[in-house]
Design a protein around this ligand. Structure first.
Ligand code: ZN
Length: 345
């Protein structure tokens, strides 16, 4: 099985921060260390086998289980071979971020179980592992194919990444995609993969906060912005390309429709097109019916599926789910209108 390493804060933002903050000693250290750590992680995972295509074989295969949670304290070291500090049903620890990670893993597990009938990431009770206090001032969080890793942020650009449940929902959903459609992490399949993580990430947030399409802000990552970036976010699903515009992060380059599509571009950029489709569908059908529809779509996609294939499968699933009363009767029309609005069909 192919494994994916997705960093929550995408490379184009981290690179911009590293470039800009090179001039101001204040944030420079953390951003540059983050860029470096990301590179080291990529290199470390590729090195043993000599290529990204072989990435999966380098990692151990997680075992099915009871969907239990385990949180590890990395103690500000740049490594993951650390000890667990909280397991399922254990009382809270002294580390606030460890407890937030534990709760966020739980919200994600419960969203999948209650709304989508899925038993953990692999639908076989895979143990959910989370690492907190990874590295020093690490401005990112990632899923490495087997576990979730959270940085503390440097407190100036980003805050601790356990502070926004959509971070957790996003990263763990890369695991779900890995076990279902197995979408390749490049070009359109990569953008579908990224969008799926944003889609279920915000579904987890709405699930855990009792919100729905009409009461949610459709922003990704707004709660990990430190005070200097208050009001900014990493992505906007309603209006891709408008999440941020400031000297430190640059301007949000996300595509909102096919006129802005970047052929072969970063999945985090082109995912905006699919994110907006989901926003439009959820606004009409409700977030959780729309989630069931996207989940059915994901289960019927394949590793090289492109946007047109997703539109086709999603419309087919909408007809079936509308017939069965899972989504509104207008579901198929809603789906076609949404994919049409962004220029995919
Ligand atoms: Zn991602």
């Amino acid at each position: 099985m192919r494994k994916i390493v997705c960093s929550y804060v995408p490379p184009h933002i981290i690179d911009h921060i590293a470039r800009v903050s090179g001039k101001s000693p204040d944030g420079a250290g953390a951003a540059q260390r983050t860029a470096l750590a990301g590179q080291l992680l990529r290199d470390a995972r590729r090195a043993p086998l000599g290529g990204a295509a072989d990435l999966g074989a380098a990692l151990h295969t997680p075992q099915p289980g009871k969907g239990e949670r385990v949180i590890f304290d990395d103690g500000h070291q740049w490594q993951l071979s650390t000890s667990p500090i909280r397991g399922e049903d254990d009382p809270p620890t002294k580390l606030k971020n460890a407890n937030l990670a534990y709760d966020g893993l739980g919200s994600t597990r419960e969203f999948y179980r209650k709304e989508l009938g899925r038993d953990s990431l692999d639908n076989a009770g895979l143990t959910l592992q989370g690492h907190v206090d990874f590295g020093a001032d690490f401005n990112n969080a990632f899923w490495d194919g087997t576990e979730m890793v959270f940085g503390n942020g440097d407190g100036q650009i980003f805050k601790d990444f356990t502070g926004d449940v959509d971070v957790i929902g996003h990263e763990l959903t890369h695991g779900v995609t890995q076990y279902t459609a197995g979408l390749q992490y490049s070009d359109q399949p990569g953008a579908l993969n990224e969008a799926t993580s944003d889609i279920f990430g915000v579904c987890v947030e709405q699930f855990s906060k009792n919100l729905d399409a009409g009461t949610f802000n459709w922003l990704i990552g707004e709660d990990v912005m430190a005070d200097g970036l208050y009001g900014e976010a990493i992505r906007s699903m309603a209006h891709p390309g408008t999440a941020y515009d400031n000297p430190l992060m640059g301007k949000d380059p996300q595509a909102a429709d096919m006129s802005q599509y970047v052929p072969g571009g970063d999945p985090h950029v082109n995912s905006g097109i699919v994110n907006r489709v989901f926003y439009l569908v959820a606004t009409d059908l409700g977030t959780f019916p729309a989630a069931k529809l996207w989940y059915a779509t994901l289960q019927n996609l394949w590793p090289t599926a492109d946007f047109a294939a997703a539109a086709d499968v999603c419309a087919q699933m909408a007809r079936i789910l509308a017939r069965d009363g899972v989504i509104g009767r207008q579901g198929a029309q809603t789906v076609r209108a949404a994919f049409h609005e962004v220029g995919i069909i």
